[in-house]
Each structure stands twice: as C-alpha cells, then as structure tokens.
Design a protein. Sequence first.
Length: 190
Amino acid sequence: MKNNLKLQTGIIIFMIFLAAMSRFLPHAPNFTPLGAIALFGAAYFSKKQLAFLIPLAAWWVSDLILDNVVYAEYYPSFSWMGYPASYLCLGIIVILGIFFLKKVNTIRVIGAATVAAVLFFLVTNFASMLADPIYTKDLNGLVKSYIAGIPFFRNTLVGNLVYSALLFGAYEWFVVRRANKSEAAALQEL
C-alpha cells in the first residue's frame, strides 16, 4: 500500500513537471498549464503542502530556464523569479482546487479550470496595472488593464481546459489501468 502511494505521488510529480516543461514548446500567448497543474496537484496530492510546493517548484524551474536561457536577452542579469503574480495565482488556484475538487469529475474539473482562468485574468491584469507605468493607478487604469488583457483570456481558458483534460485524463487512465492489472493478478492467484 505504501509503495502504491509512493508510485502515485511520483507519477503526479512527474506529470506536473512534464506539463510545466511544455512551456518550452511553441504555443500561443497565455496558453500554459499553470491553472491545470495547480488544480491537478490540489486534487490528487494527499499531503496538501505538496499541492502547493510541487506546482510552484515546477513553475519556478521552468521560469528559471525560460528567463535565463530562452529570454535571457531581455534581462540585464540572472533572473531568480518570473512574474510574481503568476505564483500568487498558482497558490490561489491550488486553494480553489482543494475545495472544489474534493471529488474529481468532468464537470468539476471544467468548472474549476474556468474559474481558474477568470482568477488568473483578474489577478495578473490587476498586477499589471500596479506595475506598468502606462496605466494610471486608479479605476480608469484598472479598466484599461483589463481591456488590454481580454485578447489573452481565451488562450488562458483554453490552456487550462486542454492541460486539465490531459493531466486528469491521463492520471485517471493510469489509475484504472493499474487497478485492472491488480485485479487480474489477484484472479490469477485463485
């Protein structure tokens, strides 16, 4: 039983890191696995501290590589952290997933992925308004930052839905397949 739990935890960690590393593949702006890895970790890690730690670590490692290798020309020195609002969103989405995905099913995953996209849109565009000098620091600047973010929302939503389908679907397939093999082995022993 303990080995089975270790195997499942290892599979979850591997899948989250693999999804985070998919950021190196060509993709549309904001079509990322951020929301999906947060929801996936929240749904399947029995130790909830891992639900925060592993997606954050995977995102951080992918940011390190992207910022210091792929986009190094845009940084004057080594960059230790990507966009802080993304990390905040990841944490908020994990909390959403812990409460919303106590029972995993298709409708709940779609709903959580959709809410995660809205949260990401609201938080990151608010952070852009605060950090970017092109926006005034008032309601007018906030509205302008949200309007500027609208073209990217669709990709965020589609990315959440696609990566959630891949992560949750592959993991459920693995669990069912493993259970079927265990049942077949038990029947052979009879």
